[in-house]
Design a protein around this ligand. Structure first.
Ligand SMILES: [Zn+2]
Length: 242
């Protein structure tokens, strides 16, 4: 009798110990989310309204730099400064990424939703630009007509500006009259000697962007500043290339 009671107690202790150990192993398998900016745990296709945060998205200040790709898959990317296809003829970004302040991302996503309803979507040429990159560009072209002087910085350095155009449902760019970073009077939004189609396309871009809190730069049809973004600090925060 006694040996079987002992054996039963022994088995019970062993089972309890095993259960504890496996729970410990489960807990050890859960990794902390790590750096807010670089995490890939963010929902991919959420469209948060201004006042609400998608389920599972950590509460972070809306001035935090975030990766647009972690918030939406609805954009088309052509990050020109990560290639040599730009007016500098020089690749100044190591890799094509679009980081912006969270508030800029939210406003941009809302604008894109409006464009999607009309059969278009935003194509992105440039987003946040670290100050060191601005200095690099200034070194290549030290002309304030083409590059913002890093001593003053630009809204790109503050995470509140985007350079964009529109593409149709087939991915074809709408005719905006000039290429991105065309430096000439034709790039100005008020330039009159443009076809009716170009005027209509530019107007569409500006109307929807301004309804979502952005203001176009009058000399560049592609450049939009989030209203109030001039209050953001100039930053030199950099992203890791994946
Ligand atoms: Zn710009």
């Amino acid at each position: 009798m006694m040996p079987s009671v002992k054996a039963f107690a022994y088995l019970l202790i062993l089972a309890l110990f095993w259960n504890c150990k496996s729970k410990q192993q489960q807990l050890e398998g859960i990794q902390p989310s790590g750096d807010i900016i670089a995490t890939s745990d963010f929902p991919k296709t959420v469209t948060p309204k201004k006042s609400e945060r998608p389920k599972g998205m950590p509460a972070i200040p809306d001035t935090t730099f975030v990766d647009l790709k972690n918030y939406s898959t609805d954009f088309v990317y052509d990050i020109k400064y990560a290639t040599t296809d730009n007016f500098l003829k020089s690749q100044v970004y190591e890799c094509p990424e679009c980081f912006l302040r969270l508030k800029t991302v939210q406003a941009l996503m809302q604008a894109n939703q409006d464009f999607l309803k009309l059969g278009f979507r935003i194509k992105i040429f440039d987003c946040y630009r670290p100050l060191d990159i601005q200095k690099k560009m200034w070194k290549i072209v030290s002309n304030p007509d083409y590059v913002a002087n890093p001593a003053k910085g630009s809204i790109h350095n503050r995470g509140g500006a985007v350079d964009i155009t529109l593409v149709d449902s087939a991915g074809k760019e709408l005719d905006m009259g000039t290429a991105f970073d065309h430096f000439g009077p034709e790039a100005a939004v008020d330039y009159v000697n443009l076809s009716e189609e170009v005027k209509k396309n530019r107007k569409l871009l500006q109307t929807v962007m301004s309804a979502n809190g952005f203001t176009v730069l009058r000399s560049e049809w592609w450049h939009f500043n989030l209203n109030g973004a001039s209050n953001y600090k100039i930053s030199n925060e950099k992203w890791d290339c994946r």
